[in-house]
Design a protein around this ligand. Structure first.
Ligand code: AKG
Ligand code: FE2
Length: 189
């Protein structure tokens, strides 16, 4: 999974017009996460969600859902079903890659719903940067864009934020940025 993630990151780098190995060091020694989600069936599925709407704070997610289905992505202003395919993975951009691409790639808002009849499982692999390395967009992209959209941070900061201060949702990255800048101001004043 890690190798597949690294290849996808190379493709993303090429699509951004930077060296294909630009992000390699950042991810090579990163500690990625694999999570199995289990959603029991629910008598009143309309009253709950399996996983609430969020963008993954990590960099890249490679997800496999079983035959039951329940993953939705928010696209074109509405929630859309991602039909389950046993022979395919779903690949999502996460918040950290949004920052690494200076906002050119947007992290994807998604959720998982439950149903009355069948338990559902999904398996998610989250590619993460090495905890203490700086997450920053390549200089070439920033100078082309004319603005650096996100402050430098480390994955360890963002992980801490989502585990101790903030439950990941669609606004994790802007709220993390505010929190980071205000905590820096507090430290230096
Ligand atoms: O179960 C799913 O299809 C989505 C799970 C998910 O979004 C996550 O684990 O971050
Ligand atoms: Fe997710």
């Amino acid at each position: 999974m890690k190798q597949l993630g690294m290849k996808l990151i190379e493709l993303l780098a090429m699509s951004l017009g930077v060296d294909r190995l630009h992000y390699r060091d950042l991810f090579e020694e990163g500690c990625s996460i694999m999570r199995c989600n289990n959603y029991p069936s629910c008598q009143q599925p309309s009253l709950t969600l399996g996983t609430g709407p969020h963008c993954d704070p990590t960099s890249l997610t490679i997800l496999h859902q079983d035959h039951v289905g329940g993953l939705h992505v928010f696209a074109d202003n509405k929630w859309q079903t991602v039909p389950p395919r046993l022979d395919a993975f779903v690949v999502n951009i996460g918040d950290t890659f949004t920052a690494l691409s200076n906002g050119r790639y947007k992290s994807c808002l998604h959720r998982a719903v439950v149903n009355k009849y069948k338990e559902r499982k999904s398996l998610a692999f989250f590619l993460c940067p090495k905890e203490d390395k700086l997450v920053r967009a390549p200089n070439d992209i920033v100078s082309m864009d004319g603005t650096k959209h996100y402050p430098d941070f480390t994955w360890s900061h963002l992980l801490h934020f989502t585990q101790n201060h903030y439950r990941a949702d669609q606004a994790t990255l802007p709220n993390f940025t505010k929190w980071l800048l205000s905590s820096k101001t507090t430290h230096t004043s």
